[in-house]
Design a protein around this ligand. Structure first.
Ligand code: ADP
Ligand code: MG
Length: 703
């Protein structure tokens, strides 16, 4: 049996929590910190010095040797530069560790090598990191030792956001401000802010390290670029929620332990649909902390996998033909006096505040479906959304039977007088309890599903930061709240005005509601008739960021400037081109150095066999036929291989980022697919002993 864990004892061990601050800080300092956390503003330098010293002492007691400003540049992953706590020794040679308030609050990493989309030329390399006091500092333990990590935002010298956290924090403030105006309409004078909460469900694959190391594509691209299907895939539906294998279980145990130490509430774990695919979900928390924690989860998943002789694949589509991985972004908004604005209660038809919020969300999602889709796009997710896998790239809202009925009543008559109830679930077994059903079944095919007291944005990619989806959600809903409040605050008779506005919004935006099967082809047709956008790829979604509508939205709430949006669009093209370039080069490498030579060897062996069999005076027609078939496929593979080399060179010499990205998508990717077809067919007929790379069967089942 493995060692027992005490969750209560280890939880938050490596986190500089409020309670630790309370223990270690003078009362007045602690009070100031809490005030800035709650209400914003700046710490005085004196206070910052005291906090820094306490934080450093705690860290050093726990073995920390360095600190880092931990930030989230536009690479989508995190960045850190370690500085030791060492200082100049005194005359006696003794060194006392030091960490100042200034070092805590502000950092100045060289920003020149992070993506900036033209925001900052390399000669203006200055960038600043600033402490996000609302996200607690933590200790990261790795082979480097123990590092004190301070979550920070990252901006350029001229104040433009160069990261994912800054706009997220800005969007949270905008949402809070506008949502407060909504609750004030209903007489809530107590709430002082409204918080967006997020719970991301993270899917991932595990693969044995020895096999991984033999797959250049997994190493460089994070996904397989070749590979014939295994005889068994996910068709038996025996992996989903199945018994967790011992090796995977040992991994999950260590992963949980590491996450709990960091104060990440890892809660749910299970096997997912595809073989070797799993999921971890933490308990939801404030959006910016959830975003930080999701980065920590992804990073820890990778690190712990290595300790277990495995690799963790976060790519959205590591294997063709079986399910890919996503990240369900559960999102809700709650006042600081405890009212979840997305909680309909028992009788949603009578909950006018909820209906107004719902009407605003319908308006927001319908108006900015393009932006929401964009926020969930990354290179890997192009394999899922609207491509080989559901959900489609079309944004729609699932409300469920009960709410849809309420909305329909409101649209038709202006009043919702009845509410459908869940009824009782009869098990038909005397010893089992019968129980009250939820009023609504689930819909696993909707990209944006209402699930009881939150929305589940199911489009997000598994490898992507969840900062952008939540920034976008916060922003579009803030705008809808703002427009509603602008109108309603002026009205004398609020009750009638609210009623009219709900009816108006719901009527105008009902096309965004879809409760049916989002994976069906008919839905694509139906969505087209409704005029809903269906944006097929990441780069086709990129310019939604810079439409007049988007610029107006983001500038109005100070979330992005036009220049920041333009730079982000540019980065999307660059990222896309670079990623496909790596994939193309990897395919060229594998085809040219591994697969083609192996098949050539095999044909040689077959040819020898044909000659030997013929010389023995026996019928060699079967061997000859096999040789002919292998030869044919080899010729076709060679042709695509040469073609890929050609178009790849053409692509990499292009100057304009947007044109280049589209060339990669429309031309290079096509040839990559063409090259894969004969290679995968060859894998099915070539002697397994001679096939140079591990097969899908091995990768997914030998764990
Ligand atoms: P599922 O059954 O779809 O997996 P769960 O109930 O397990 O859904 O929740 C999935 C995620 O949603 C978890 O991270 C959970 O903490 C989070 N979640 C639950 N309630 C809320 C809420 N009100 N706001 C945001 N996230 C929530
Ligand atoms: Mg879920």
């Amino acid at each position: 049996m493995s060692e027992k864990l005490n969750v209560e004892a280890i939880f938050g061990q490596n986190l500089f929590t409020l309670s630790k601050m309370k223990e270690r800080l003078p009362k007045n300092v602690y009070k100031e910190v809490v005030k800035v956390m709650d209400q914003g503003g700046e710490l005085s330098m004196d206070t910052a010095n005291v906090v820094a010293k306490a934080m450093k002492d705690w860290a050093v007691e726990h073995g920390a040797t360095h600190f880092t400003h931990w930030f989230q540049p536009l690479t989508g992953i995190t960045a850190e530069k370690h500085d030791a706590f060492v200082t100049h020794p005194d005359e006696s040679g003794k060194m006392l560790t030091e960490f100042s308030g200034k070092e805590l609050i502000k950092g100045e990493p060289d920003a020149s090598s992070f993506p900036s989309g033209g925001l900052r030329a390399t000669f203006e390399a200055r960038g600043y990191t600033a402490w996000d006091i609302t996200s607690p500092a933590f200790l990261k333990e790795s082979a480097c030792g123990t590092i004190l990590c301070i979550p920070t935002a990252f901006c350029s010298y001229t104040g433009e956001a160069l990261d994912k956290k800054t706009p997220l924090l800005r969007s949270m403030e905008a949402l809070s401000e506008q949502a407060l105006r909504i609750v004030r309409l209903f007489g809530n004078t107590e709430a002082t802010k409204v918080v967006a909460s997020v719970g991301p469900e993270q899917e991932y694959f595990l693969v044995d390290e020895n096999l991984y190391m033999k797959r250049t594509d997994l190493m460089f691209a994070g996904r397989t670029l070749f590979g014939a299907p295994a005889p068994k895939g996910q068709e038996m539906e025996d992996h989903y929620f199945g018994v967790i294998r011992e090796r995977v279980g040992a991994y999950m145990k260590d992963l949980n332990e590491e996450l709990w130490k960091l104060g990440v509430t890892a809660k749910t774990q299970h096997n997912e649909v595809a073989p070797a695919q799993h999921e971890l979900a933490p308990i939801y928390e404030t959006a910016n902390i959830a975003v930080d924690h999701n980065q920590i989860v992804m990073e820890t998943m990778k690190r712990v996998a290595i300790e277990h002789g495995m690799r963790c694949l976060l790519h959205e589509k590591p294997y063709a033909g079986v399910n890919g991985s996503g990240k369900h972004d559960n999102w809700s908004i709650t006042t600081d006096n405890g009212v979840n604005l997305l909680d309909p209660g028992e009788t949603p038809n009578e909950n006018i505040q909820f209906l107004l919020v719902l009407a605003c969300i319908m308006k927001a999602v319908d108006t900015h479906a393009d932006l929401l889709r964009q926020s969930a796009s990354d290179v890997g997710n192009d394999h899922r959304l609207g491509a080989n896998e559901a959900p489609p790239a079309i944004i729609s809202i699932f409300l469920g039977e009960q709410l849809e009925d309420v909305v329909n009543q409101l649209i038709e008559t202006g009043f919702a007088t009845t509410v459908k109830e869940g009824g009782r679930l009869l098990t038909g077994v005397k010893t089992l309890p019968d129980f009250q059903k939820d009023a609504t079944d689930r819909n696993r095919t909707s990209p944006f599903a209402f699930t009881g007291n939150k929305f589940e944005f199911r489009m997000v990619g598994s490898a992507d930061s969840i900062a952008s989806p939540n920034t976008t959600l916060n922003a579009i809903v803030a705008e809808a709240f703002c427009e509603a409040a602008d109108r309603l605050e002026k009205e004398e008779d609020k009750e009638i005005a609210i009623h009219d506005l709900i009816k108006e919004y719901m009527t105008k935006h009902q096309r965004i509601i879809f409760n049916g099967n989002g994976y069906a082809d008919e839905w694509v047709e139906e969505a087209k008739r409704r005029g809903l956008p269906n944006i097929k790829s990441m780069i086709e979604a990129a310019d939604t960021l810079t439409t007049d509508k988007a610029v107006r939205l983001f500038e109005k709430f100070g979330i992005f400037t036009k220049v920041e949006l333009e730079s982000r669009e540019e980065i999307i093209y660059e990222t896309y081109a670079k990623t496909i370039n790596i994939e193309a080069l990897t395919m060229i490498d594998m085809a040219g150095k591994q697969i083609i030579p192996a098949v050539v060897k095999y044909t040689r062996m077959l040819a020898d066999t044909v000659n030997a069999v013929k010389a023995a005076g026996v019928d060699a027609s079967m061997q000859t036929e096999l040789l002919r078939s292998v030869g044919e496929k080899l010729v076709s593979m060679q042709a695509s291989y040469m073609e890929l080399k050609k178009v790849e060179e053409q692509a990499s010499s292009m100057e304009n980022a947007k044109e280049q990205a589209f060339f990669y998508k429309d031309t290079v990717k096509k040839v990559m697919e063409e090259l894969r077809v004969p290679a995968d067919e060859l894998e099915m007929i070539v002697d397994k002993e001679m096939w140079p790379i591990p097969t899908y069967g091995e990768l997914m089942f030998e764990i």
